[in-house]
Design a protein around this ligand. Structure first.
Ligand code: HEC
Ligand code: HEC
Length: 130
């Protein structure tokens, strides 16, 4: 009897351990954002930081699937997506190095400099050189 209860207890602990040590990885191609980022957070970054910050739609960075107008978010076919990754790395570095944000994260409210600081709702900031 007791032996069975103990066995059950151990099984439960193992099950909980397995569940918490394998975070949901629903995205396949994240190189800057944490791979186990919750989907609500990723959505917020894409909409508030990227679409609104640059004044563009999702298709500015994300390529269409072959033979359809559906966007393939995993694909790296559009150069704008790679530029955006470099911009993310630069933005993290600016915050860490020059503004002493210890653990900078894209979309965090603690960030001093974000995409809109330079872009102001434009895909190409007005750099005054014409
Ligand atoms: C300014 C460029 C840009 C815009 C605009 C943008 N994205 Fe993204 N998106 C990225 C980049 C860059 C990544 C990869 C980030 C990384 O590597 O950590 C990404 C990743 C994603 C992913 C994860 C794909 C995977 O499987 O790894 C999804 C889903 C996504 N974006 C959805 C959207 C949606 C929906 C919109 C519009 C509301 C949008 N994005 C707008 C640049 C953009
Ligand atoms: C310190 C200022 C600064 C910050 C912060 C910044 N950018 Fe940029 N970004 C620029 C400048 C300047 C250009 C234009 C470069 C050029 O014209 O060659 C640019 C260009 C881009 C482009 C290419 C646009 C095009 O039409 O080719 C993308 C995409 C982009 N930025 C995404 C982002 C994203 C996403 C963020 C936030 C993670 C971000 N940027 C943060 C200054 C910044």
């Amino acid at each position: 009897m007791y032996r069975n209860l103990i066995a059950l207890g151990i099984a439960a602990v193992v099950a909980i351990g397995a569940a918490s040590s394998s975070p949901v990885r629903q995205y396949k191609n994240l190189k800057v954002l944490p791979p186990d980022i919750p989907s609500a957070r990723l959505q917020r970054i894409m909409v508030d930081e990227f679409n609104d910050g640059l004044g563009v739609g999702c298709g500015f960075c994300h390529a269409e699937e072959k033979g359809s107008h559906k966007l393939d978010y995993t694909s790296d076919a559009k150069p704008e997506k790679s530029i955006a990754r470099e911009m993310m790395r630069m933005t993290l570095k600016i915050n860490k190095k020059f503004f002493q944000v210890h653990r900078p994260g894209i979309g965090d409210s603690l960030m001093i400099v974000n995409c809109s600081s330079c872009h102001h709702g434009q895909p190409r900031p007005d750099i005054g050189a014409e």
